[in-house]
Design a protein around this ligand. Structure first.
Ligand code: ADP
Ligand code: MG
Length: 473
């Protein structure tokens, strides 16, 4: 048997106003070549200028991944030629990246695991190529967009772990607002390295790299495909070649691109046009304060402090806005479990069905707090609360006013219910006798009270008063 070893290099576009080294806009456009300037085109005489916001966000991500941040950060030139790279080099960080030796906590099937981060570095994205029949077109909108590359150690041992890592990393990008990490816009892409090793061996096998995989599902397929191919080679007594392969989603196969001997020599050297950047400790402290509590820690808190299930906690933290909404509701003193139930079943159910986001919801945490309080106080039944919820959000009326306008407040007052119960019992002495003989007339009494109160009497209070009054007689 072989053990699979996976290492990932994840590229994610950083959300900024302008590009990494030019003032061209960093934005998505349907029109090619809308946001391009001379620096992005690599015209003669250009001078790159480092983008403070891209840099701040990179440091934030580095800190969120528990990396060591250097005192001085430098940029390097990585030289190679390809039509999507007009300068003939990419500005990246080889010698002094924004982060080294970090880790990310992931959870797979209830078990926590630390995924080690080798480094995280800031570079620039390339242009994109569109291929048509016998020609290709270049779109420079993406050229020079700040790109953060997170490189893991070869420390993931299953497809599940690799996917959990990617989901967790994406969550951190979203929570910190470093990137929108939209897979559909190619904002997050990854190089997947896979090798197999003998189960009893301590030595890593030879890795194969698959570049630029554009969706998490394709990461899964690419790893599975490569495991199959490498297993067959090893079972036949062969050796896996160290190479870069292309994964094709059409036929679920990988094809050789280049082997180790053809590896490009990038001739790295320090980018001479950007001075080394000194990072003040005070800046690091400031950035640390801006990092919100991250999904992994929130799930731990929800389970250990609020007693939620992992399942519910995972659903809540999937979207930071939902998680923030939950925390705000709890901060008002609402029971965490009731809040979680409302959020995961009723509220998210409604939002999903109507393709809405929690921002669109009229019901604020304060209103949810009041709604749950009305149920807990027995003012409305849980069945009625759902009616109130729908009327509240669809007609934009606060839950208390909905309850007033529908006149559905429950009667919970002991004296009011008791007076009615006494009247009902007084007029049916025969049925009380029947009850004593073991005939079920109890439901009849409840029904009479409901009739008189037009269903508003709280059912459990009513039942206990009827029992009490019969016992007294
Ligand atoms: P290279 O020198 O070829 O760039 P690195 O050692 O820098 O390789 O690693 C690049 C990526 O490949 C990292 O994400 C790392 O985790 C992964 N990797 C390295 N060795 C292996 C291996 N034996 N199996 C799987 N992944 C590996
Ligand atoms: Mg790179």
């Amino acid at each position: 048997m072989y053990k699979v070893v996976i290492g990932l290099e994840v590229h994610c576009e950083v959300k900024t106003n302008s590009k990494n080294f030019s003032s061209a806009k960093n934005a998505y456009s349907e029109y090619p070549n809308e946001y391009v300037d001379t620096t992005d085109l690599g015209l003669p005489g250009i001078l790159p200028v480092a983008n403070r916001e891209a840099f701040r966000k990179s440091l934030m991500m580095s800190l969120a991944l528990h990396c060591k941040t250097p005192d001085i950060v430098m940029f390097d030139r990585k030289n190679y030629y390809y039509p999507d790279l007009p300068k003939g080099y990419q500005i990246t960080q080889e010698t002094k990246p924004v982060g080294k030796d970090g880790y990310v906590m992931i959870n797979v099937d209830g078990v926590d695991k630390k995924v080690l981060i080798n480094n995280i570095h800031l570079e620039e994205d390339t242009a994109s190529l569109d291929h048509f029949g016998d020609y290709s077109l270049i779109d420079y909108n993406r050229a020079g967009v700040p790109l953060l590359e997170t490189v893991t150690e070869p420390c993931m041992y299953s497809v599940k772990e690799a996917l959990a890592f990617l989901e967790t990393l994406k969550g951190i990008f979203l929570y910190t607002d470093v990137s929108e990490a939209r897979v559909d816009r190619g904002q997050i892409r990854c190089d997947v390295n896979v090798s197999l090793m003998d189960e009893n061996s301590t030595e890593l096998g030879t890795k194969v790299e698959m570049k630029n995989i554009n969706s998490f599902n394709n990461v899964k397929l690419a790893i599975e495909t490569e495991i199959e191919r490498q297993t067959e080679i090893l079972n036949n007594g062969g050796k896996v070649l160290q190479e870069t392969r292309r994964f094709s989603e059409e036929d679920l196969k990988t094809y050789p691109m280049r082997s180790k001997v053809d590896a490009i020599d990038y001739k790295y050297y320090i980018e001479p046009n950007i001075p080394p950047i000194k990072i003040e400790d005070s800046w690091i402290e400031e950035i640390k304060k801006d990092i919100p509590m991250l999904p992994f820690e929130r799930v731990e808190k929800y389970m250990n402090v609020y007693g939620l299930s992992r399942y519910d906690s995972d659903i809540i933290v999937k979207d930071k806005k939902v998680s923030d909404y939950f925390e705000e509701t709890i901060s008002l003193g609402t029971n965490p479990k009731s809040s979680a139930n409302w959020l995961t079943s009723i509220i998210l159910g409604y939002l999903n069905k109507n393709e809405l986001s929690i921002d669109d919801l009229y019901l604020t945490p304060q209103m949810l707090h009041e709604l749950i309080k009305m149920i807990d106080d027995g003012e409305i039944s849980s069945k009625q609360s759902k009616e109130v919820f729908i009327k509240c959000i669809e007609e934009k009326i606060n839950p208390k006013d909905v309850v007033k306008s529908l006149g559905i407040t429950q009667i919970t007052d002991d004296k009011t219910i008791r007076d009615i119960v006494v009247r009902v019992l007084d007029s049916h002495p025969d049925l009380i006798e029947d009850h004593r003989k073991g005939k079920n007339t109890f439901d009849f009494f409840v029904g009479q009270v409901m009739k008189e109160t037009r269903g508003k009497a709280n059912p459990s209070i009513t039942a206990s008063i009827i029992k009490d009054e019969i016992d007294k007689r």
